[in-house]
Design a binder for this molecule. Structure first.
Ligand SMILES: [Zn+2]
Length: 216
């Protein structure tokens, strides 16, 4: 049995239910399946290096985007962010991509496709979600925080442009010691989507390297 199988204690509301090696073109990783107590609470963690004992590993929390992650859609920057995260984390001693099945900022795949149809008629991503009766962003990071705790992580350097994600994680007991911008080169086709994320969802897209609250 590989050493990583018994590496961590499983505590809290989420638990690790599977672990296996995952070689990728970005580097060697381990994939872990994490389950919560409630129905539908699950995530997978793509881990690199020794997470246990790492002080504040570089972490990307990525919400599933089938059209971007799998089909390389240029409507959004998801796949570019995912690839950048895997590449950056593979370079570090330790890090994690936590992949959450909350498609379409939490509204589900089919609703996201409906929203795409509305966007083709001229609405932006926020207007389209609202027209369908959803919030601009329905994602929830409480379970992500529990998943990180199950992996033995309490403190992270977070690859993210999303201040709301940082607020939710900190409220749920994960310390974000640094925000590392996640700004890969993206297609011109995703420019208006990114502009809406910046103007309506408060994403930080200046490419600055912000340290939050100094050393904590
Ligand atoms: Zn996407």
């Amino acid at each position: 049995m590989p050493a990583y199988v018994k590496r961590r204690k499983q505590t809290g509301k989420a638990r690790i239910v599977a672990r296996a090696e995952l070689p990728t073109r970005f580097g060697k990783f381990t994939v872990a399946g994490i389950a919560g107590r409630a129905k539908g609470e699950e995530a997978i963690a793509i881990e690199h290096g020794r997470i246990s004992g790492a002080k504040s590993p570089l972490v990307r929390i990525h919400s599933q985007c089938l059209t971007g992650d799998v089909f390389a859609s240029e409507r959004c920057d998801c796949r570019a962010q995912l690839e950048m995260s895997l590449r950056e984390i593979a370079r570090k001693r330790a890090g994690i991509v936590l992949y959450l099945p909350q498609e379409g900022r939490g509204i589900g795949l089919l609703n996201k496709l409906k929203a795409y149809g509305l966007q083709d008629e001229g609405l932006d991503t926020v207007e389209a979600n609202r027209k369908l009766g959803f919030a601009a962003d329905s994602r929830d990071y409480d379970f992500a925080a529990e998943a990180l705790k199950a992996l033995g992580v309490r403190s992270v350097r977070l690859l993210s442009n999303n201040p709301d994600k940082i607020r939710q994680l900190e409220r749920a007991g994960i310390r974000v010691v640094e925000r590392v911008p996640c700004r890969p080169r993206t297609s011109r086709r995703s420019a208006s989507y990114l502009l809406t994320k910046k103007n309506k969802l408060g994403h930080l897209l200046e490419g600055d390297r912000g340290r939050r609250g100094g050393r904590r």
